[in-house]
Design a protein around this ligand. Structure first.
Ligand code: NDP
Length: 286
C-alpha cells in the first residue's frame, strides 16, 4: 500500500484565499483593514524567517501587517510596555510575539500580558482554558491547522484511537484536546512513555510532534492509519524532515502529511484565519 499524501500547501492556499475574501469583505463593511502586528526580539535566524513569512502572508491577504523589531537586549519591562500599547491600539486586531524570547524575558509573563481578544497565537491561558472548557477561543495555529487538514480530508475522528506523540503546550496538548472534542479516544505520549512503538501501533490517527528527525518508524504504524507529521527537523544530510520516517511510513499508512508541504503551511494560514476572526469579533462587540 502507498499512502495518499495530504497536500498541506494546497489546503493552506484555499484557507488563505478564503481569508483574503473575508478581509476584503470586512474592509468594505467597516472601512477598517484588520491589522496584525508581529513583534520580533533579537536576531534568531529561524525566527526572522518565520516572522518574514507571516508578514508576507498577512500582506498578501490584505491585512494591515506590521513588524516591530526590538534588539536582543530589550528588557522585560520594555516589551511589556510595548504589548500594553498594542493592546490599546484599535488598529491592531492581532498581536503575535515571536518565541523564543531572549533569556532575560519571562515568556509566560509576556504571553499573559497580551489581551486574550488579540491573542491570535492562542497561547494565552484564557484561550488555552477555553479550549479545555469548550468555549470560544483562539485555537493555537498548528493544532488548528491539523484539525483543518483532517476535516479537509474528511477523516472521521469519532470513535477512532488517536495517538499524539509530544505534550507541549503549543502542539501536543492542544491537538489532543481538539481530537477529544471530535470524539476520538486520545492517548498522549511523551519521553517517559514505555514501549512507544507498541502504543503508536494502536493509533488509527497518529500525530507526531516530538522534534526528533524520523524517529517514528514505518513498523510502528498501524496499516491504513492517518499520520500527521508536525516535526521540523534537519536529518543527518541537513535536509528538512519530519518526526516520521516518511519513506517507510508511506508503505503502511493510509493517509500521510509530508514535511515540508504538510502542517507547516497550515500554521500560517490559521494565523491569518485567527486574525480575521479577532477583527470580526471586535467589531461585532461594538
Ligand atoms: P517540544 O520540544 O516543546 O516538545 C516535544 C515533545 O516531545 C515533549 O513533550 C517531549 O516529551 C516529547 N519527546 C521528546 N523526545 C521523545 C521521545 N524520545 N519519545 C517520546 N516523546 C518524546 O516541541 P514542540 O511541541 O514545540 O514541537 C515539536 C516539533 O514540531 C518540533 O520539530 C517543532 O519544530 C515542530 N513544530 C512545527 C510547527 C509547524 O508549524 N510545522 C509548529 C510548532 C512546532 P517530554 O514532555 O517528556 O519532554
Amino acid at each position: 500500500m502507498t499512502a495518499k499524501l495530504i497536500d498541506g500547501k494546497a489546503i493552506a492556499a484555499s484557507v488563505r484565499a478564503a481569508v483574503k475574501e473575508g478581509v476584503a469583505a470586512f474592509t468594505a463593511r467597516t472601512g477598517v483593514r484588520p491589522g496584525l502586528t508581529v513583534v520580533l526580539v533579537g536576531e534568531n535566524p529561524a525566527s526572522q524567517v518565520y516572522v518574514r513569512n507571516k508578514g508576507k502572508a498577512a500582506t498578501e491577504a490584505g491585512f494591515l501587517s506590521r513588524q516591530i523589531d526590538l534588539p536582543a537586549s530589550t528588557s522585560e519591562a520594555e516589551l511589556l510596555n510595548l504589548v500594553a500599547r498594542l493592546n490599546a491600539d484599535d488598529t491592531v486586531h492581532g498581536i503575535l510575539v515571536q518565541l523564543p524570547l531572549p533569556k532575560q524575558i519571562d515568556e509566560s509573563k509576556v504571553i499573559e500580558a497580551i489581551d486574550p481578544a488579540k491573542d491570535v497565537d492562542g497561547f494565552h491561558p484564557v484561550n488555552a482554558g477555553r479550549l479545555f472548557t469548550g468555549g470560544a477561543s483562539f485555537l493555537p495555529c498548528t493544532p488548528y491547522g491539523i484539525l483543518t487538514m483532517l476535516d479537509h480530508e474528511k477523516v472521521e475522528l469519532k470513535g477512532k484511537h488517536a495517538v499524539v506523540v509530544g505534550r507541549s503546550n503549543i502542539v501536543g496538548k492542544p491537538v489532543a484536546i481538539l481530537l477529544l472534542s471530535r470524539h476520538a479516544t486520545v492517548t498522549i505520549c511523551h519521553s517517559r512513555t514505555v514501549d512507544l512503538p507498541s502504543v503508536v501501533r494502536t493509533g488509527d490517527v497518529v500525530v507526531a510532534a516530538v522534534g526528533r528527525a524520523e524517529m517514528i518508524r514505518g513498523s510502528w504504524i498501524k496499516p491504513g492509519a492517518v499520520v500527521i507529521d508536525v516535526g521540523m527537523n534537519r536529518n543527518a544530510a541537513g535536509k528538512l524532515c519530519g518526526d516520521v520516517a516518511f519513506d517507510e511510513a508511506t508503505e503502511v499508512a493510509g493517509l500521510i502529511s509530508p514535511v515540508p508541504g504538510g502542517v507547516g503551511p497550515m500554521t500560517i494560514a490559521m494565523l491569518l484565519q485567527n486574525t480575521l476572526e479577532a477583527a470580526s469579533r471586535r467589531t461585532a462587540g461594538r
